[in-house]
Design a protein around this ligand. Structure first.
Ligand code: ATP
Ligand code: MG
Length: 319
């Protein structure tokens, strides 16, 4: 199947633009009155880069900074969230009563060892799954009240995912995988190609545009997934072990780029990881273990120490 065939298939299943309009009205995620303010955003020389489209007068095409809400209200709120997996007769509680509020513009790191429930939590934060008990609210809307099509639209427009398992389409080459989310958002094809080219340059894969995922290394696949997650310039970026398959230098390069998106574009970045080194980028660190939050610490970016909610300095320590 070619890229066009795949997109046409999905579009025939889902009348996206019509549905998007009705959803925007219904869920009130976007405040039209905010559209003008994007043009005044100080994004410096990033405006000249096709990806950073904050200066675009067609505000509909840019999602950055377009989350309509009271900044004092959490963007995502988990209330007494449980995730219980059923395996035949056996039940396993992967998350046990999680309470967490995430605010717009945070750089949040959810840190925990293997099996602690990080990917499970990411699936809930990204509206990919619903809790067994408790509520997940995005912009004060309970996601379990939305149907699958509505959730798919929110995911497509609001959230850029960087999955632990990449989730690239095997029959599409590198460039087509990056173009895919933009095709769904019906972006101008020429501009989409420019953005894809810029993003592939950022992740150092300009020379692999024609390669299929099977013709890439694990780290290169991860970089395609990162470029794809940024394609529609989503206000929220949700990443599961984004540096897990990258060498240290490339890993920090990618993290620096996400950091730039956070500080200059005000994007909300949520990373789940076991890598304690990444906390240097965070404004807040949530420590998770055995499906429960152990502690939450606020921090000043780029310092080695972390400050807990009571203001005491600690060294980040996973074990
Ligand atoms: N579909 C499932 N059915 C049953 N148990 C599951 C399922 N998915 C995850 N689990 C269990 O839930 C727990 C949390 O899994 P999760 O994938 O969230 O961990 P994680 O913190 O992301 O780990 P890692 O760092 O290894 O990726 C694990 O013990 C796992 O075995
Ligand atoms: Mg995981």
């Amino acid at each position: 199947m070619t890229l066009t065939e795949i997109i046409d298939y999905f579009k025939s299943k889902l009348n996206l633009s019509k549905f998007m309009d009705s959803l925007e009205r219904k869920t009130d995620f976007y405040d039209e009155s905010e559209n003008g303010s994007e043009e005044n955003g100080s994004v410096g020389n990033l405006e000249s880069i096709p990806y950073f489209n904050s200066g675009n007068s067609d505000a509909k095409s840019s999602n950055a900074g377009r989350i309509s809400q009271n900044k004092d209200e959490p963007l995502i709120k988990l209330t007494n969230v449980w995730k219980i997996y059923q395996m035949g007769e056996v039940e396993f509680a992967a998350l046990k009563g999680i309470n967490l509020e995430i605010y717009e513009g945070e750089f949040l790191i959810i840190l925990g060892p293997s099996g602690s429930g990080k990917s499970t939590m990411m699936n809930l934060l990204g509206c990919l799954d619903i809790p067994s008990k408790g509520t997940v609210c995005l912009n004060s809307k309970d996601i379990s009240e939305l149907n699958e099509s509505e959730l798919a639209i929110i995911r497509g427009k609001m959230i850029g995912f960087i999955f632990q398992s990449f989730n690239l389409l095997p029959t599409l080459n590198t460039e087509e995988n990056v173009l895919l989310p933009m095709e769904f958002q019906e972006e101008d094809r020429q501009l989409a190609r420019k953005k894809a080219s810029y993003l592939l340059d950022i992740v150092g894969l300009s020379n692999k545009r024609q390669n299929l995922p099977s013709q890439l290394s694990g780290g290169q696949r991860q970089r395609v997934a990162i470029a794809r997650s940024l394609a529609v310039n989503p206000p929220i970026i949700l990443a599961d072990e984004p540096t897990g398959n990258l060498d240290t230098k490339t890993g920090y390069y990618i993290l620096d780029f996400l950091d730039e998106l956070h500080t200059r574009e005000g994007k909300t970045i949520i990373i789940v990881t076991h890598d304690v080194e990444l906390v240097r980028y965070a404004t807040r660190v949530v420590y998770i273990r055995d499906g429960e939050i152990e502690k939450i610490e606020t921090r000043t970016k780029n310092e080695s120490g972390v400050e807990n909610e009571q203001g005491t300095k600690n060294e980040a320590n996973l074990n």
